[in-house]
Write a protein that binds this ligand. Structure first.
Ligand code: TRP
Length: 356
């Protein structure tokens, strides 16, 4: 009897719990402030993080603006500052009223950078040589006959180590990310396995959480929506600017009166993401019958988008003009974040024989 009871209890724990003792699930993710928030960011990263946060009210949730990661590419003072506040205002607007979330700027937590050095000393250099982003840049240089490392700063090379520090400092267990960041989390896992051999209390091994069913959002030119391709539809622009951008979405040239194919129409697909089921059904019927043209469909898309994002846009515009309010909101998370950071770094330093 006793034996059976014990077995049942064991089954309730995950592998991490058994190895590292019971701990609270901790979700953590970072957003790089390298551009204004667009539909691809929302459906690819923000909306999945929002669902996770709402589905796990009792878990700890850390969301931060990875401004020092952005510094690998953004060197202009005003641009950095503007993107930083834009992204912060957007996340604060979307997460308004969601329980248990801490928001912070990465650059405000110096412990991350202290841990970054420690982790560098536990990270095999070959792991970084093999990182996709770095490899893609060296490959580009090779192709044009330049030195492999031309114009690549050390920050780009050690980017995954800083990301590991972001994650491991807070003992994060679940890392919601897009598929492009999977290798970075795998590198963090590799590093923590090396470091844990030296620690008195091991750090939990984090797990990437990749939302498989997020829709692929295409930009106005039909390629994946990305700032790099300059094909994004921003969320926090004036109505006139949104209208202009939506009007540029590529379509075929079927004239009004001919049935339109909803399957390969980006206007239809974007509309579907933001409109009600009835509005989608109605638009489907109009596409099939040919009684709607692309111009009209684009107007519907704009209306659906403005409606869908109405609360977030209102809050964003309120915040963006008052940076001190953004600072104050972030400040309210900071003491909690700082307490965790200080305690966790102290434990690691002590295990390594470098406590002060
Ligand atoms: N590199 C991530 C991106 O570009 C941002 C990021 C930085 C991050 N640190 C992180 C994501 C830690 C998850 C966990 O999207």
């Amino acid at each position: 009897m006793v034996f059976t009871a014990k077995k049942t209890v064991l089954l309730l724990f995950s592998k991490n719990d058994l190895m590292y003792g019971m701990h609270q699930e901790t979700y953590l993710t970072g957003v790089k402030p390298t551009g204004d928030i667009h539909l691809g960011n929302y459906f690819g990263a923000i909306s999945p993080a929002l669902s996770l946060a709402k589905d796990h009210p009792s878990a700890k949730k850390f969301f931060f603006i990875a401004d020092y990661h952005a510094l690998t590419t953004i060197k202009d003072t005003k641009q950095m500052s503007d993107y930083r506040y834009h992204v912060a205002a957007a996340w604060l607007a979307f997460f308004e009223g969601v329980e248990g979330c801490d928001f912070y700027f990465q650059s405000c937590i110096p412990e991350i950078f202290e841990l970054y050095w420690i982790l560098s000393c536990f990270c095999p250099k070959g792991l970084l040589n093999r990182a996709h982003a770095y490899k893609a840049l060296t490959a580009q240089n090779k192709e044009i006959g330049h030195d492999d490392d031309r114009n690549i700063n050390q920050g780009v090379f050690s980017y995954p180590v800083l990301m590991a520090a972001d994650i491991l400092l807070f003992h994060a267990t679940k890392i919601p990310i897009g598929p492009d960041q999977k290798q970075h989390v795998e590198i963090a896992i590799d590093i923590v396995q090396h470091l844990n051999r030296q620690l008195q209390v091991p750090i939990p091994v984090p797990e990437p959480v990749i939302q498989e069913n997020t829709p692929l959002i295409l930009g106005i030119d039909g390629q994946k929506m990305s700032k790099n391709y300059q094909n994004t539809i921003p969320i926090f622009e004036s109505e006139a600017a949104l209208k202009k951008q939506i009007s540029k979405i590529q379509t075929d040239s079927k004239p009004l009166g001919e049935p339109l194919n909803s399957n390969d129409c980006m206007v239809f697909q974007l509309h579907q993401l933001m409109a009600s089921a009835e509005a989608t059904q109605q638009m489907q019927a109009e596409y099939s019958s040919g009684c709607i043209g692309y111009g009209h469909a684009k107007q519907r898309l704009l209306a659906a988008m403005l409606d869908f994002f109405s609360p977030a846009r209102a809050r964003f515009f309120e915040l963006i003009h008052q940076r001190d309010q953004i600072d104050a909101l972030i400040q309210s998370s900071l003491s909690n974040v700082q307490t965790v950071a200080t305690a966790n770094l102290r434990a690691i330093k002590s295990s390594l024989g470098v406590s002060c």
